[in-house]
Design a protein around this ligand. Structure first.
Ligand code: FPP
Length: 237
């Protein structure tokens, strides 16, 4: 359990990487790695909601992940389906408000429907906000915001010379919520992979070699302890 004296970041984002390698180490198919990864997603989300974090954003599927072999995509879609159904009850008990970010229209009609239902069912919950990034890509998100602003300018609703960075932030999928304070990446890579590019301008970055299915409560606690050692200056001194 975390020391009460520690500062708990308001918004934490996680790149859940390493399911494939976790499975490979055990001579199992990659989809089994995703299965354990999905199980961990449910457990760690519940834990994080109890630590005082107000917003948690998890990268579940990127706009580039469609490039994976069809059998892996199929396995992932089945898992999303199952775990989203399970999370409806799990997260209800924890009062977690589920929000989906990304272009959900690309999913099958049944998954799309489930995503809409799950968000609708959770909309009045008062606990941690869980943003699940599904078919999410940050460049795509920025392009959408720019298009929206151009259309508003064309319609005379906004003066192009008065556009601020807040106007852009407000039109991102994460509009209205604070930027992430801490971005955690499991699986050891040191890159953002098209995740929250605009929002992460001053986020603290934390990378761990631990593979996602092995990332448990104590690993999250370590990231929070490290975050507390950082001296955030936001460009100041
Ligand atoms: C990265 O591991 C993980 C993914 C592409 C997404 C899978 C995420 C989950 C299964 C979490 C569950 C989320 C929900 C909403 C149920 P990788 O395949 O890139 O691993 P590798 O780098 O070791 O190959």
């Amino acid at each position: 359990m975390l020391d009460k004296k520690l500062y708990i970041p308001e918004h934490v984002a996680i790149i859940m990487d390493g399911n494939g390698r976790w499975a490979k180490k055990r001579a199992l198919p990659r989809t089994i790695g995703h299965k354990f990864g999905a199980e961990n997603f449910r457990k760690i989300t519940r834990y994080i909601s109890k630590t005082g974090v107000k917003y948690l954003t998890l990268y579940a599927f990127s706009t580039e992940n469609w490039k994976r072999p069809p059998e892996e995509i199929e396995g992932l879609m089945k898992l999303f389906h199952q775990y989203l159904i399970d999370s409806l009850t799990d997260f209800k008990d924890d009062d977690i408000k589920i929000v989906y970010i990304g272009d959900r229209t690309a999913f099958s009609p049944s998954l799309h429907k489930l995503i809409n239902e799950s968000q609708e069912q959770a909309k009045d919950r008062k606990g941690m906000v869980l943003n699940i990034a599904m078919n999410y890509g940050s460049r795509d998100e920025i392009v959408r915001a720019v298009k929206q602003l151009c259309n508003e300018a064309k319609d005379g609703k906004i003066d192009p010379d008065s556009i601020t960075s807040k106007d852009i932030s407000d039109r991102l999928y994460t509009g209205g919520i604070p930027d992430p304070d801490l971005i955690i990446r499991t699986g050891g890579e040191m890159r953002l992979s098209n995740f929250l590019l605009y929002q992460s301008a001053y986020s603290e970055y934390y990378s761990t070699d631990t593979l996602w299915p092995d990332f448990h409560e104590e690993d999250f606690d370590k990231a929070i302890i490290e975050f507390n050692r950082r001296n955030r200056r936001f460009g100041g001194v």
